[in-house]
Design a protein around this ligand. Structure first.
Ligand code: F6P
Length: 475
């Protein structure tokens, strides 16, 4: 197969930008949703190379192009493939299965067939773009078959894989009719990265039990002499970039304006999430609503701003969630609002980074309560923006970020009463206590930023396998 010119290639389901068609037929590019893009964009900016991904629209064949200094290589998806590979197998089978089955996963054979077909297309595109001996970094659950497909086409490449979401325990993973194929797909990589050590252990255990390969700690030994390393690399953000943005006069002014337009409340609480059933929006809004209705908080004193970015809007579970949240917000506001004082401000929209930074700057308490989350970068963004050491973070113990952000007020989002008392504790903590906690979290986030994450992963990937040696780490 003819090889390409890129010595570093990232493959993700999405490109960092989506192609949007306006009602008048004109097209434009908009930043894609989600933490993966937020995290990887600065990495690509610093490392160069090619980014292979889908551009968010159906049935369009686009040529590779440059956008804001990035070299982007679009992979086309048909309308049927969006339904079966993206909305179906990726987001109605794998997504709920990997997130503790908080919604029931659906298993359909035609979705699996589309997943295989689309993964092959991504692998073929990467095989064309990558230079001999290039480093190729495959991202996330939508592309778990790509490592092996790519290795078959291009054995010269060093292939890394990173899973941005949780990897479930064997007891749940085993439900998947195609469990062995997924494990074998991932084993095409030299290095398989996870957010948490527990996820890497789940994977190694499954490989031993289901595929029968020999393993020792984080190393898997394949019969052909190749080794695969499975390790945790907790992802982060461009922490300095967020802080810099939060320090700009425009963002500071906008933060003040936000508070004023909310009626200058004593306490502003904030949630920012994709509108996703894993994020625990219902639970946190219920907890806040009860704090107002039982008199623990006064409607004149506290406001909850919830930004919910539209996501996967054609998937049934997301449609149900959208209606549920609309109803819940309507009920809370209907029950406890007073003229001019609405306790919940609900914004079903996506905003640019500068508006997010202003919201982070404005909020006294950030509430991040997923039922399960690989990492949760919003929690880290909030911390990066609080260079004043003010503000408090209420954080679910089921977010990957909880193991790093020990200064957060940690909660079990299933425990509404526990969450209510922790929210009150965060609201009422002394400035000194808040500063103590924030300082500790800031140290963690500012020192462990996205550059360190990427360089740790890539360093291990380049040292784990010399492409010309067969087995550099003997058993
Ligand atoms: O990190 C999880 C993730 O699914 C990413 O892979 C993805 O880009 C992001 O969330 C947003 O989801 P989607 O691409 O389905 O809009």
């Amino acid at each position: 197969m003819a090889t390409g010119t890129a010595d570093f290639v990232v493959i993700a389901n999405r490109l960092p930008v989506d192609r949007i068609t306006a009602p008048d037929g004109s097209t434009m590019w908009r930043t894609s949703p989600g933490g993966l893009v937020t995290a990887l964009e600065p990495v690509m900016r610093r490392n160069g190379g090619a980014w292979i991904g889908w551009h968010g629209a159906a049935d369009e064949n686009l040529k590779p192009f440059e956008h804001n200094g990035l070299h982007l290589v679009p992979v086309p998806l048909s309308d049927d493939e969006i339904a079966e590979y993206y909305e179906g197998f990726s987001n109605s089978t794998l997504w709920p299965l990997y997130h503790d089955v908080v919604a029931p996963p659906e298993f359909h054979r035609e979705w699996w067939d589309a997943y295989v077909r689309v993964n092959r297309r991504f692998a073929e595109q990467a095989a064309k773009v990558a230079k001999p001996d290039a480093v190729v970094w495959v991202q996330d659950y939508q592309l778990q078959l790509v490592p092996t497909m790519l290795r078959e086409l291009r054995p010269d490449l060093r292939i890394g894989f990173f899973l941005h979401i949780p990897f479930p325990p064997a007891e749940l993973f085993q439900q998947l009719p195609w469990r062995r194929q997924i494990l074998e797909g991932l084993l095409g990589a030299d290095l398989v990265g996870f957010q948490m050590p527990g996820a890497a252990q789940n994977f190694v255990r499954l490989v031993r039990q289901r595929v029968g390969h020999k393993t020792h700690r984080d190393m898997i030994y394949l019969p052909d002499g190749r080794t695969v390393l499975a390790q945790a690399y907790p992802i982060s953000i461009d922490a300095a970039g967020f802080e810099e943005l939060a320090r700009t006069p425009e963002v500071i002014a906008r933060a003040a304006e936000i508070r004023e337009s909310l009626g200058s409340p004593k306490t502003m609480l904030l949630g920012i999430d994709r509108l996703d059933y894993t994020k625990g929006l219902r639970q946190r809004l219920r907890a806040f609503g009860e704090l107002i209705s039982d008199g623990s908080l006064h409607v004149d004193d506290a406001v909850f701003v919830q930004v919910a970015t539209p996501s996967r809007e054609r998937v049934d579970q997301y449609k149900i969630l959208r209606d549920d949240i609309n109803r819940l917000v309507g009920r809370i506001n209907g029950d406890v609002a007073r003229i001019g004082q609405q306790p919940v401000t609900y914004l079903h929209a996506s905003y640019p980074r500068s508006e997010m930074a202003a919201l982070y700057r404005a909020a006294d308490v950030m509430v991040v309560t997923p039922l399960r989350d690989g990492m949760n970068l919003v929690a880290k963004e909030y911390v990066a923006c609080r260079y004043d050491d003010r503000g408090a973070l209420v954080l679910s113990e089921f977010a990957g970020a909880a193991s790093e952000l020990k200064g957060a007020y940690q909660v079990n989002p299933h425990d509404i009463n526990g969450m209510k008392s922790m929210m009150l504790e965060a609201i009422n903590a002394s400035p000194r206590e808040k500063a103590r906690r924030m300082k500790a979290m800031r140290k963690q986030v500012m020192e462990n930023d996205i550059d360190l994450w990427a360089s740790n992963f890539l360093r291990e990937l380049t040292s784990v396998r010399d492409p010309h040696a067969k087995n550099p780490r003997p058993v």
